[in-house]
Design a protein. Structure first.
Length: 346
């Protein structure tokens, strides 16, 4: 199979821009700033016995957090993925790989995916392919390749219509996507997760995919990295009317959570999750697991593995402190904690 240099170059550009440019949303937040916790002055919680262990598709992880899909399939990504896998191993948390489209096009950078399994040990690893590739139909051998190369525990299918719309030579043809995903649900044994890349997943979209057997929804809402912004910067432009397009993470979690009454699925909260307080608010608004990408990548690049581990550990120290202050001994209790909207306080 011919080497598609365009895919590799694009991945390199994405890493460079996420590390070096301001690609965050400009005027739209993730919405967590609009909520406060109800303080429990009579708390009797034993903060030292709070247990954050969480089930992740049948595997026990130590924290309700995953390193979100970022890299793979480009020069320089081998070392990044190796270090991210070390972080995941040290914390016993899941790790997602970046889009594996490149792995289908050629074998040049397969080692940048394989290293994750080699280093991460027994933590869950999540494969990743784009909706555009799924919509056109993937052969069984192609699916087997992207799953087997990392011995995947789940498969993420990322929905990125806005990014494809702005991306030079982007693929905006998603017709037949739901049917193809339904076929995949029947064809592969591991769970499938539907994920946005920063514009959010609405309740109606989540409902559509849960009805065909998808087992996870990662809302990846607005308020974190703007992939519209990333693509406009790649195109040499600094402004776009779609830089802030999307549904805030808090809104997505609050609405998609309502589907828990009807469906048994994992709700993943990502999209501008950059602190322990935001992790706490994501869980209180419905997330079973939270996830971050760019801040983890930047911390790793600037300070190394140990400081990245410490960053995440401190986030969950904050979560335990907030659980203590709200009178919640368990994560189950915390998911039902009272959240107060700003308008109801002031």
């Amino acid at each position: 199979m011919a080497h598609n240099q365009d895919t590799t170059d694009r991945k390199i550009d994405h890493i460079r821009l996420c590390l070096n440019e301001d690609v965050a949303f400009k005027n739209k937040s993730n919405g967590f700033d609009k909520y406060s916790f109800e303080h429990d002055a009579s708390t009797e919680v034993d903060i030292h016995s709070i247990d954050l262990e969480t089930d992740f598709f049948g595997k026990t992880i130590d924290l309700p957090f995953m390193i979100s899909s970022m890299t793979g399939g480009a020069n320089g990504s081998f070392k990044i993925n190796e270090d991210l896998a070390v972080v995941a191993n040290k914390l016993n948390i899941p790790i997602g790989v970046g889009s594996q489209r490149q792995a289908l096009e050629n074998k040049f950078h397969h080692d940048s995916y394989k290293i994750i399994k080699e280093v991460s040990g027994k933590v869950p690893i999540i494969a990743n392919i784009g909706a555009a590739q799924v919509a056109k139909g993937l052969a069984k051998k192609e699916i087997d390749l992207i799953l087997n190369i990392i011995e995947a525990d789940a498969l993420i299918i990322h929905l990125n219509p806005l990014q494809e719309l702005i991306q030079k030579d982007g693929n905006i043809y998603f017709k037949g996507l739901a049917d193809e995903i339904e076929n995949l649900v029947k064809e592969i044994e591991i769970p499938i997760v539907i994920k946005e890349v920063g514009s959010g997943i609405s309740k109606s979209v989540a409902n559509k995919f849960l009805n065909i057997g998808v087992k996870g929804i990662d809302v990846a809402g607005a308020g974190g990295t703007s992939w519209a912004g990333v693509e406009y910067l790649r195109n040499g432009k600094k402004e776009t009317p779609y830089w802030d397009w999307g549904l805030p993470t808090s809104y997505c979690l609050r609405k998609v959570r309502e589907l828990k009454v009807e469906f048994d699925f994992m709700l993943i909260g990502s999209g501008g999750v950059n602190s322990g307080t935001e992790i706490a608010k994501a869980i209180a608004l419905g997330a079973d697991v939270t996830a971050s990408a760019r801040i983890v990548l930047k911390t790793l690049a600037e300070t190394g593995v140990d400081k990245t581990v410490l960053l995440i550990e401190n986030w969950f120290k904050t979560l335990k402190e907030i659980m203590y202050l709200t009178g919640c001994q368990t994560l189950k209790e915390f998911k039902n904690v009272n959240m107060i909207k700003s308008g109801d306080i002031y």
